[in-house]
Design a protein around this ligand. Structure first.
Ligand code: NAD
Length: 515
């Protein structure tokens, strides 16, 4: 189905959109992972297009930063309302282009609305501290200024929310931005940017003498080699916020550091749940199944490893295998489906390789497996069967240390909690973690300095499904960045420490006498 035939086609109108049948080498074709059909094609933008976008974004930023933050907040409020107006259509578009089931597609749009609301409130709370000066008749305080024009690079699996997390905060903070979305999901990017532009055209709050208000929200759809590399090397962009694989983050982080720019990295995870003897196994079952098979295992926070106490491992495993047998895989638009397709055939191959390696490394494949992939060989969609792998006691297979972006769950068993926490922490990634326990001591142990080393640590809920109010991100190879709620906004601003002398003497700090 071509997007031009959709009832909400007007959301995706764009001069770069071309008929997929006429798409050449200079285009990227967006494909529905559930059907293999081309949804649309987009002509790739060039370095010259990028140059023009940055110049325009920089020009309008000069006026945007002068607009009081609460007024910027009012504009963001209208953008959030426009997302609300199109919640269902945008959710459907996310599902069609990315393949997550419709409730999750709509949920992703709700995240955009939530972060817009959060940013509106924040626009009146860009607080700085006041410090006590050691010098008489001096006042010290800090204030926060916008950074300028920032770069936003997003992954395919959250094609609208990750931009919104960055864009709504960055906008109230007084920045303008250039968004480079994944080339796998260009239509979602066009739709979101179109909505922001429509609001900018219709609003009457910000009418700069120079520059176009639409240029606050720049979008560049271009290749990593031509546009991506130019962007990360561009000294005019003081911050690059990049979401994606650890491989990408290592490269982007290095390039940005070379020019002493700031990067905000949100990279891969290898998230685990620890299940203790006192855990409520009904909660465990729901938390693990949602975490491991939800979004077909394509969330950065998906549950990939389970550490079960030896006293419950057989029971938990049996219940999970049974539950997996009942999980409906299929069309993500169908309301009975819980697991949609993977994004493309490379992802299917990646899952197949991981399962093969797990078997070679001594693990037992309990359900799903390569047969569960083969059963969809004739389907046009990239369907797979969620897979459970049991790791023999005392083993530590190399494959379970990697993030396979697919629904593969490794079950380990442990004897004491210290060993489980150590094993959980032993991987390179450090995004999300959870413990299921009814013991207050075990929960606190997990949350203590000796506990989980991840950016997110949960008790009696799974690893995925974060709320926007908290700072989101992880440690180690996950990149150390924090986006979304709490005080993440500070990363989109620069701190300035100000000292004012209102006396008629000039005392020096540390009591230094000079001359
Ligand atoms: P990816 O690394 O293949 O691509 C991510 C983005 O980086 C894309 O826009 C891509 O075009 C861009 N990119 C790649 N090379 C670049 C370069 N040289 N210069 C500039 N840009 C470049 O990731 P993906 O397959 O789209 O997404 C899946 C990955 O993202 C998983 O590892 C997942 O865990 C991670 N992810 C992390 C978070 C988080 O918040 N921690 C959120 C979502 C996804």
């Amino acid at each position: 189905m071509n997007v031009k035939t959709l009832p909400f086609a007007s959301l995706i109108e764009h001069p770069l959109l071309v008929d997929p049948a006429a798409a050449g080498d200079d285009c990227v074709v967006s494909t529905n992972p559930a059907t293999g059909e081309a949804l649309g094609a987009v002509r790739l933008q060039s370095r010259a297009d990028y140059e023009s976008l940055v110049e325009r974004a920089q020009l309008v930023q000069k006026s945007w930063r002068q607009l009081p933050a609460p007024k910027r907040g009012e504009i963001v409020r209208r953008i959030g309302n426009a997302f609300r107006e199109h919640e269902q259509e945008l959710g459907a578009l996310v599902t069609m282009e990315m393949g997550k089931i419709l409730p999750e597609g709509i949920g992703e749009v709700v995240e955009c609305i939530d972060i817009a609301d959060f940013s509106v409130g924040l626009s009146r709370q860009l607080y700085g501290l006041t410090m006590v000066s050691e010098r008489p008749q001096h006042r010290m305080y800090e204030q926060w200024h916008p950074l300028g024009t920032i770069g936003i690079i997003t992954a395919f699996n959250f094609p609208v929310a990750v931009w919104a997390w960055n864009a709504m905060l960055a906008a109230v903070c007084g920045n303008t931005m250039i968004w480079k979305p994944s080339l796998v999901t260009p239509l979602c990017a066009i739709a979101m940017n179109n909505i922001a532009h429509r609001v900018m055209r219709e609003q009457d709050i910000f009418q700069p003498e120079e520059g176009d208000p639409c240029d606050i929200f720049g979008l560049i759809i271009g290749s990593d080699d031509e546009v991506g590399e130019t962007m990360i090397a561009d000294r005019r962009l003081p911050l690059i916020s990049a979401t994606g694989s650890c491989r990408m983050g290592r490269h982007v982080g290095t390039q940005v550091a070379k020019r002493l720019g700031k990067s905000l990295l949100e990279l891969g995870g290898n998230n685990a749940i620890i299940i203790t003897p006192s855990a409520d196994l009904d909660l465990v079952l729901r938390g693990v199944v949602f975490g491991a098979v939800g979004t077909a295992g394509q969330r950065c926070t998906s549950t990939r490893r389970l550490f079960c106490h030896s006293s419950v491992v057989d029971d938990v495993t049996a219940r999970l295998v049974k539950a997996y047998g009942q999980v409906p895989v299929g069309d993500p638009m169908d309301s009975s489906t819980l697991v949609g397709p993977l994004i493309n055939s490379q992802s299917v191959d990646g899952m197949r390789n991981a399962i093969t390696k797990a078997a070679e490394q001594g693990c037992e494949i309990l359900c799903g497996g390569t047969e569960g992939i083969d059963q969809y060989a004739d389907s046009a969609g990239n369907y797979v069967t969620p897979t459970i792998v049991r790791v023999p006691a005392g083993q530590d297979p190399e494959i379970a240390r990697e993030e396979t972006f697919a629904p593969v769950l490794y079950i380990f068993e442990y004897e004491n909690l210290e060993d489980a926490v150590e094993a959980q922490n032993s991987v390179d990634q450090g995004l999300s973690s959870a413990i299921f326990t009814d013991s207050m001591r075990e929960a606190e142990r997990f949350l203590s300095h000796d506990g989980s080393d991840c950016g997110i640590a949960n008790v009696n809920i799974g690893t995925s499904g974060a709320e926007i109010g908290g700072a989101f991100g992880g440690e180690k190879d996950t990149g150390g960045g924090r986006e979304s709620g709490s005080d993440s906004w500070r990363q989109y601003m620069r701190r300035q420490t100000c000292t004012l002398n209102w006396g008629d003497d000039l005392p020096l700090a540390q009591g230094i006498e000079f001359g």
